[in-house]
Design a protein. Structure first.
Length: 454
């Protein structure tokens, strides 16, 4: 028998991948896990008849010859389908995955690995290239999967191909209205109560310039939908990293759910020593322990040790700084700014101390009043918003937005050591994205080399 499976506790991306895999392997039977992620239950219930997924008991007594595995490459995550199989070499495995290696790869498998934002994208791309027509209902399921796993195309691992396949699915008749309905993260009263409870428990820490939010909660028993609640929480709170710890008292286990907005922080690597996995931006782990709080503390300590200092003002500022002497007239300042090609500059006194900031807008006010001969101190801003060399970029972004300014002087001991402009901030954001894309390409090459070596 030939089957298509995904990881245990099927989520939307797993289901979307299985649906598209059926187009590539029409002679295979799709088999569902005995566990379904809460976010996927509504979709699975509505499309149950169309999907035609069979359960494991229905396969009893049939010899398994071939298995297509989607959205995981880990043997541990498909253990339920291998129960009773004594020799894996008798089964031909073909894997489609977008996760980085977690160890325990399926031995001897044909591996298709692409670091797209969603695994569904990889299969959709192949169908698009082959010119295969996809039914509108299946296109809706697949598009829901891509929206879900890319965080509505906002996660750092989103690639051009994710958009390409989404466009292909829309052209195939996918319903955005249904997609929106399926992606409602808090679909019952219990999840809503949990969300507001966690919101009250959040503990904010500043670790090496990174804003880290964490929360700990004891639960009497397993509760569905924890990851969806944490995802919603992360979308609303102001932080770089969120770690939620749920200690299940009845089973003496700690569930860890993490979310991350930093391109150079890898949650999957953080949680790997605790038996976890996932992506750099979203990962989870479940650990047996009698002391959930102590283990949560260990995870936070591991995070602290692994974090490099956040990018700060000193890393992106321009220097040396072009300044305007406080004794200049507006006309002299205007000519100076035109000469250096700046739209504004700090104003300093004879001792080099910062006394204000002058922009072209200030000069325009003087020009309108025919006062270009007056000192710059007449029109300059005296309440200057500034930063320190170690001010994180996140705070610089906030300061510029809150005060509606385009230049932020950087002071060290009262001396101007640099200045951050909107252009500096935008260039950092662009280069940060380029670094992420470069690391993604490197990861793909590494996986390709590993697969070739095997």
């Amino acid at each position: 028998m030939k089957i298509i499976v995904g990881h245990s506790n099927m989520d939307l991306d797993c289901i979307g991948s299985m649906v598209l895999a059926k187009y590539l392997f029409p002679d295979h039977v799709a088999v569902k896990s005995h566990l379904v992620h809460p976010m996927a239950r509504k979709l699975l219930n509505l499309y149950e008849k169309r999907l035609g997924f069979v359960s494991l008991p229905e396969l009893k007594g049939q010899a398994l010859k071939r298995m297509v595995v989607v959205d995981t490459r880990s043997q541990d995550r498909i253990a339920e389908y291998l129960h009773g199989v004594s020799d894996l070499s008798t089964i031909e495995f073909e894997v489609f995955d977008h996760h980085p290696p977690e160890g325990r790869d399926i031995p001897g498998a044909i591996l298709h690995q692409q670091a797209f934002g969603a695994n569904t994208t990889q299969l959709g791309l192949e169908l698009h290239r082959q010119g295969v027509f996809i039914e509108p209902e299946d296109a809706t399921i697949a598009l829901t999967a891509i929206f879900a796993d890319t965080g509505n195309f906002s996660h750092g691992n989103v690639q051009t191909e994710d958009f390409e396949v989404a466009a292909f699915l829309l052209a195939s008749g996918a319903s955005l209205r249904l997609v929106k309905d399926f992606l409602n993260p808090l679909q019952d009263n219990q999840q809503q109560r949990l969300f507001f409870d966690l919101l009250q428990r959040l503990d904010r820490q500043l670790i090496r310039g990174h804003v880290v939010q964490s929360c700990f909660m004891e639960l009497a028993d397993d509760l569905s939908g924890l990851a969806g609640v944490v995802e919603q929480l992360f979308s609303l709170v102001h932080c770089d990293i969120l770690l939620a710890f749920f200690y299940i008292v009845s089973k003496s286990k700690l569930m860890i759910v993490g979310r991350n907005a930093k391109t150079r922080v890898f949650l999957n690597e953080l949680l790997a020593p605790f038996g976890g996995g996932g992506h750099a931006q979203a990962a989870a782990a479940t650990v047996k322990t009698d002391d959930g709080r102590a283990l949560a503390g260990q995870v936070l300590a591991a995070l602290t040790n692994s974090l490099a200092p956040a990018t700060a003002a000193r890393n992106i500022m321009s220097h040396p700084v072009k300044t305007i002497f406080s004794g200049y007239s507006l006309l002299q300042a205007s000519m100076y700014l035109e000469g250096v090609g700046h739209t504004g500059a700090p104003v300093t006194d004879g001792a080099g101390r910062l006394v204000g900031f002058l922009t072209l807008r200030d000069i325009m006010k003087g020009r309108k009043g025919n006062q270009m001969h007056v000192p710059v101190t007449t029109f300059m801003s005296r309440q200057v918003v500034s930063a320190a060399p170690d001010t994180p970029v996140r705070d610089i972004d906030d300061l510029m937005f809150e005060h509606n300014i385009g230049h932020l002087p950087v002071l060290d001991g009262g001396n101007i050591v640099g200045i951050v402009s909107r252009a500096d901030l935008l260039e950092f954001k662009r280069s940060d994205q380029r670094r992420h894309e470069a690391s993604t390409v490197s990861l793909e090459l590494l996986m390709s080399d590993a697969a070739t070596a095997d």
